[in-house]
Design a protein around this ligand. Structure first.
Ligand SMILES: [Zn+2]
Length: 427
């Protein structure tokens, strides 16, 4: 942020080195690791400092936002480090001035920069029509402080130093990070289940070890994921007894009471655990499926199921997470949701329109019979293959549209139907 302090030559040098870094990173894999600050090993002072960092961070964020609104200036015209004091509300809602104690000026900069980039994102979303309102909102809680290279450091394999917190802190999870990575940015995260350091790394791209096989996946609601090999992968997540108990407890608490707040806190923690379980299960499933060189799946509207009659089943599964993780894999081919993978008979190519959700077995008049979901999963592979010559779907082709399906398969359906009719005419 030292605008104007560099000579033209220096500026060119900085630009060149930035470009070189970006170029190097473009051929590397980005991986994010989550390290947990071990709660019970923090001393009292460290706990207080961490809590205060987020509290002051929130006050600072809200202060900048109100300055921007009051003075009607864009965010990038606010100098974040000029604020030593912020105006915040006390318990009774009165505005009081508060002198920032622990928030380092560097964090003021990173929070400010994050605000600017968030504002940009919102504006872009509004422009695309994906979001209606376009402005930053005041926060009741700050959950993330962006960190730059100098703001934190590994002291050894298990300990980390962080700007604004005295001493070193024990972290869990460092062993997942290979030794030869390049660290990019990091975020300090506050969640119901503790403090975390989310570290972004660049590492050498690994050649994917694929098994050379292909698999089709039917993402169902009832039996979860069915593969073309006939396997049913269970993706349900049991709601813990503790969660149920706490939900009941909450309904009994008086609104605004201290006890209610305590239950809310416990409930948040229990929900976080549930989310962690979902993530863990999803990771394991995706890891196993990743072994296939080619994964075919259909783009079904899972978010829509949330509102429909199956919402309870969807809520208690990791289907959404698995789906988005699979779609991010380079070997995944997605079929348009209107392609009739369930209705089409692979043998005689007729379309069965009277198939209801209750029919668990697909039975065709031509004699073909198969478990409904396995049938759909198998169909995905054959449909995808018939859309391309020699059954080879090019790597960069990540989705198969309805038009492509119609061009390749509908002709076949038409001709086979005509063929059947002529058989009847000439017995
Ligand atoms: Zn048939």
């Amino acid at each position: 942020m030292s605008r104007g302090l560099h000579t033209e030559e220096e500026k060119a040098k900085i630009r060149a080195s930035k470009q070189a870094t970006a170029f190097r990173h473009s051929s590397m894999d980005v991986k994010v690791y989550e390290l947990k600050l071990v709660d019970r090993r923090l001393n009292k002072q460290q706990k207080e400092q961490l809590d205060l960092l987020f509290l002051e961070g929130k006050w600072f964020y809200n202060h900048i936002l109100s300055e921007k609104k009051k003075r009607e200036i864009p965010l990038n015209c606010v100098n974040p480090t000029s604020f030593k004091d912020v105006v915040k509300k006390d318990k009774d809602g009165h505005e009081v001035s508060y002198k920032l104690q622990v928030l380092p000026s560097h964090f003021k900069q990173t929070i400010h920069m994050r605000m600017i980039s968030n504002e940009k994102t919102i504006r872009a979303l509004v422009k695309k029509g994906l979001q209606k309102h376009g402005s930053l909102k005041f926060k009741s809680e700050l959950s993330c402080i962006p960190l730059k290279g100098m703001d934190w450091k590994f002291k050894n394999a298990r300990k980390v130093w962080l700007m604004g917190v005295k001493g070193q802190m024990l972290v869990r999870g460092v062993e997942q990070i290979p030794t030869d990575v390049e660290f990019a940015n990091a975020n300090l995260i506050k969640r119901a289940d503790g403090y975390f350091l989310k570290v972004t790394t660049y590492q050498k791209r690994k050649e994917q070890e694929n098994n050379g096989k292909e698999i089709g996946l039917d993402l169902g609601i009832k039996t979860s994921i069915t593969t073309s090999k006939g396997e049913k992968i269970d993706i349900s997540i049991e709601e813990s007894d503790r969660l149920k108990k706490l939900q009941k407890e909450l309904s009994r608490r008086v609104k605004g009471s201290n006890n209610r707040w305590k239950t809310v806190k416990k409930l948040r923690k229990a929900y976080q655990k549930q989310t962690n379980k979902k993530q863990d299960k999803a990771n394991k499933i995706v890891h196993r499926l990743k072994a296939y060189s080619r994964i075919y799946m259909q783009d079904e509207n899972i978010a829509g199921w949330h509102n429909g009659m199956f919402w309870k089943k969807v809520q208690h599964s990791c289907l959404g997470t698995v789906k988005s993780k699979l779609m991010a894999l380079p070997q995944t081919v997605v079929l348009d949701k209107f392609i009739p993978t369930t209705k089409l008979c692979p043998k005689c190519h007729s379309i069965k329109n009277n198939l209801s959700l209750a029919d668990r077995t697909y039975v065709c008049s031509c004699g073909y019979q198969e478990d409904r979901d396995v049938h759909a999963a198998k169909n995905m592979i054959s449909i995808a293959k018939s859309c391309f010559e020699d059954g080879f779907v090019p790597t960069e082709h990540r989705e198969i549209t309805l038009t492509e399906f119609k061009a390749a398969v509908a002709d076949e359906i038409l001709s086979s139907k005509l063929g059947r009719r002529s058989e009847k005419i000439t017995p």
